[in-house]
Design a protein around this ligand. Structure first.
Ligand code: F0G
Length: 485
């Protein structure tokens, strides 16, 4: 099984199978079918050393104690005083069994909730009870990233790393920073683009004590640089090219199923940035079906911001497909060449997903294929309007998260999603990550609105809840209050 031949690159040397691997029956595997080289879990890799493809974590399931039914996980609820059972990721560790229990790093991630929101359902044209919001803002660092980071830092600990790094539009850095400061296991360097990061997120990296490099460039530049630095300095890389990160993010889907009493919804709708989530969700469902734990899979909708729409362009406009593991590389390189020639750079108020070259592109193509997926783009105006509706419907999310709801609205208009479908939108990050955008939308100050939002094509705020300026006099205050009736 391990160290098999890599047909496209000649013989691959057999690697030493060490005890951790034997115990966990986990290994890393290149996703390119013509390569499919395998590597020990104790290796630190962010791509296939043979062909450069992305890596999956795979398991020899027949050697592992796999649950017979997802209901078995319910027995863990009564043991919530144990950190691994409390964790919304590790209570499902039989489904990501790469780490011995005593190596797992947890800070209480994954205490999130799936709730219907009927006001939001009405806004997007769905039946009551059919639109459900998976609120990942409740994680320790306020975004879904903690699901993946707990797995990445667990692996970092397994391999004895003392230094970790990431590039980020803000949430990955906040997550890595909090794991480092809460555990004291690693020294952390985070790379962020200048002027591209919402203040809530930047404040987290600073407060948690991470060395923070504000690169004079954007996320893609930061991603490129951090990969060089990690390679040259032997620093452990915590971006989603790290396949262990995605193992943790599978747990978001386990919790969705758990909240639905193990019923599979009709749609999962997720904002698309670096495409780690969509890739992880696809893997989660693929494995659950392979293990006979579910009998159907949901459809997948990945929603790009129109200002950062690489996946939409490639899939919906240029017909790029997974094609049994052979996506047309020429289509991808031509698209990137055009981007460079026209000096086009991603630009959206949903700064979390302001990404030109999504690193998990091929994994996302695989997920789209397996789950009859679609990709859509939504404007910043649509994102902010959806965000205001989500807020008044009882959930505070950041702009990128609201792309999912704006995407459902669009797919309802197109008739792709039916009003009676059961749809789960992933609200990826907390509202307080980016208060500047929220306040500008609701502001009664046109100058502030135009300065923050106008440059991105947002012209109006139909759902603004403007603050009311009132004189510091009781009579004036009473006048205003009476006017509410
Ligand atoms: N939503 C939020 C709030 C994010 O922070 C991100 C990614 C995404 C959606 C996109 O998820 O990459 O899995 O497709 N943020 C990364 C970061 C890039 O650096 O924090 P994806």
């Amino acid at each position: 099984m391990y160290g098999q031949e890599c047909p496209s690159h000649g013989r691959y040397r057999r690697r030493r199978v060490i005890s951790t691997q034997a115990k966990t029956a986990a290994f890393q595997k290149c996703i390119a079918p013509e390569c499919a080289a395998t590597f020990d879990v104790t290796e630190t890799l962010t791509g296939c050393p043979r062909c450069g493809g992305l890596l999956d974590i795979e398991y020899e399931w027949d050697r592992l104690p796999v649950p017979r039914s997802l209901r078995e996980f319910e027995s863990r609820w009564g043991r919530r005083n144990e950190p691994l059972e409390f964790s919304g990721v590790w209570r499902f560790r039989q489904l990501l069994p790469f780490a011995p229990d005593d190596q797992i790093v947890t800070i209480g991630e994954g205490q999130t909730i799936l709730r219907p929101s009927d006001p939001v359902a009405r806004y997007v044209g769905m039946d009551n009870g059919k639109l459900l919001l998976q609120y990942e803002g409740l994680n320790p660092s306020g975004s879904f990233k903690d699901n993946g980071m707990t797995a990445a830092v667990t692996h970092a600990r397994m391999v004895g790393a003392k230094h970790a790094a990431c590039a980020s539009t803000g949430n990955t850095s906040a997550s890595l920073a909090v794991f480092a400061s809460a555990t004291g296991l690693f020294q952390v360097i985070v790379f962020v683009g200048s002027g591209k990061i919402a203040f809530g997120k930047l404040s987290q990296a600073l407060d948690y004590g991470s060395k923070t490099l504000q690169l004079l460039g954007d996320f893609d530049d930061a991603m490129h640089q951090v990969q060089q630095v990690a390679k040259q300095q032997g620093i452990y890389l915590c971006n989603s090219v790290n396949p262990f990160r995605l193992e943790g993010q599978k747990a978001i889907m386990y919790r969705v199923l758990e909240a639905l009493r193990w019923e599979v919804p009709d749609w999962i709708v997720v904002p698309g940035g670096n495409l780690g989530n969509s890739s992880a969700f696809g893997k989660a469902f693929r494995e659950l079906r392979q293990l006979g734990l579910i009998d159907r899979v949901p459809r997948l909708a990945i929603i790009n911001a129109a200002g950062a729409n690489t996946l939409y362009q490639l899939v919906e406009q240029r017909g790029l497909r997974w094609s049994d593991g052979h996506p047309d590389r020429k289509v991808i390189s031509q698209f990137y060449r055009e981007m460079d020639e026209t000096k086009h750079r991603a630009s959206t108020l949903a700064t979390a997903i302001e990404i030109n070259r999504p690193v998990n592109l091929t994994k996302a193509l695989r997920a789209l294929e397996a789950f009859d997926g679609v990709v859509r783009q939504v404007s910043d105006q649509e994102i902010l309007d959806a965000k205001a509706q989500i807020g008044s419907g009882g959930f505070g999310c950041e702009p990128a998260s609201a792309a999912s709801v704006a995407g459902v609205k669009l797919l309802r208009t197109e008739g792709v999603i039916a009003p009676s479908d059961r749809v789960v939108c992933i609200l990826t990050g907390h509202q307080l990550k980016d208060p500047t955008t929220t306040v500008a939308y609701h502001a009664n100050d046109r100058e502030q609105f135009d300065r923050v939002l106008g440059s991105r094509g947002v012209r109006e705020a139909p759902f603004a809840n403007q603050p009311i300026v009132v004189a510091n006099e009781i009579d004036r205050i009473m006048d205003v209050i009476r006017s509410f009736e």
